[in-house]
Write a protein that binds this ligand. Structure first.
Ligand code: ATP
Length: 312
């Protein structure tokens, strides 16, 4: 299994993507990269261009400029080969034939996927497996017309992961799901990513996504106004000290401190890989700086998003 490293090429790479409808620019100079094993959440206000970006990434829409590569293959030049790496639900819930059962619909998807020379044959066992993963075993032999919105939503995810894609793209996979359904999608996405799949999903559920996405892209007015690396945000702590300014000046010199700022009465410290809270505490003690409290400085993605969208 490929683990994401600094040298690993991205599983999906969007470069300088522009999309116009007539004279109206919907996407302007959008760049993003997602590596194997990463979960990338795409968010932004209604009308920001998320669905247009997802449609373009999956090859359903053509860009006016720029490119999309999946596993190094251009989606718009070599669509068949690129799509053999790709599973997607665009404009959820996915469309299924209502008169056929969930299993029959998945079988049709499997047959279609297997027509590509680059995709191995998908057997009945795999169909049973994805139905079970999405907790749809009991619904498998029921007509899709009888499915609830949430069940159709889950069937969409089942069909997208059927061919074991290297890149999974899901447009609002948790909209319409109940809390248990949302938890299920989170677990599945996390498990796929830990097995090396690159996952991109669009969402408005920021506080949920903050618990398991690695990166969040904020799209506003067709531009990617920010890309937030949540893994780095999680390594922040605040220390209540007598002299936050003096503490920050001293901590900034430490090699494992990436950034230190004051938020009186706290010194807020972003830690690198090779240092932790005990090292900060012992350093402050050695400098004669008393610490009254040390606590994780939880990053509030919702507050951050609000600031970025209100003042892009
Ligand atoms: N086929 C089309 N022709 C013209 N304009 C379009 C077309 N499709 C989308 N748009 C416009 O592009 C903009 C972005 O729409 P899009 O659906 O990509 O936004 P979104 O971020 O997914 O929104 P939401 O969060 O509401 O789903 C909107 O202003 C929309 O009206």
């Amino acid at each position: 299994m490929t683990k994401a490293t600094g040298l690993t090429p991205p599983a999906i790479e969007v470069q300088d993507l522009t999309k116009k409808y007539g004279q109206h620019a919907i996407l302007e100079g959008v760049n993003l990269q997602v590596k194997a094993g990463e979960v990338y959440a795409l968010t932004g206000p209604n009308g920001a261009g998320k669905t247009t970006l997802i449609r373009t990434m999956t090859g359903l829409a053509f860009p006016t400029g720029g490119s999309v590569r999946v596993m190094g293959v251009d989606v718009h030049r070599e669509g068949g080969r690129a799509r053999s790496y790709l599973g997607a639900v665009v404009e959820a819930p996915a469309k299924f034939y209502p008169q056929f059962t969930g299993t029959q619909n998945l079988q049709m998807h499997a047959n279609l996927a297997s027509m590509s020379p680059d995709t191995p044959k998908i057997g009945r066992d795999r169909i049973r497996e994805v139905l079970a993963l999405l907790e749809l075993t009991r619904m498998g032999d029921r007509r899709v017309a009888e499915y609830s919105l949430g069940q159709r939503q889950r069937l969409g995810v089942a069909s997208a992961m059927l061919a074991d894609p290297k890149v999974l793209i899901l447009d609002e996979p948790t909209s319409g799901l109940d809390p248990l359904g949302i938890g299920l999608i989170h677990r599945i996405v996390t498990s796929l990513a830990s097995n090396g799949c690159a996952v991109i999903l669009s969402t408005h559920h920021l506080r949920e996504i903050a618990t398991y996405a690695h990166t969040v892209g904020i799209l506003t007015g067709g531009r990617m106004v920010d890309t937030v690396d949540l893994r780095q945000r999680h390594a922040a702590y605040r220390f209540r000290v007598e002299d936050p300014v003096g503490a920050v000046a001293s901590l900034e010199r430490l090699p494992f401190v990436r950034r230190a700022t004051t938020r009186s009465p706290y010194a807020v410290v972003h830690l690198g890989r090779d240092g932790g809270v005990p090292e900060v505490l012992s350093h402050l003690a050695s400098q004669g700086i008393r610490v009254f409290e040390a606590t994780p400085d939880h990053f509030d993605l919702y507050e951050y998003y609000r600031e970025r969208v209100e003042q892009p």
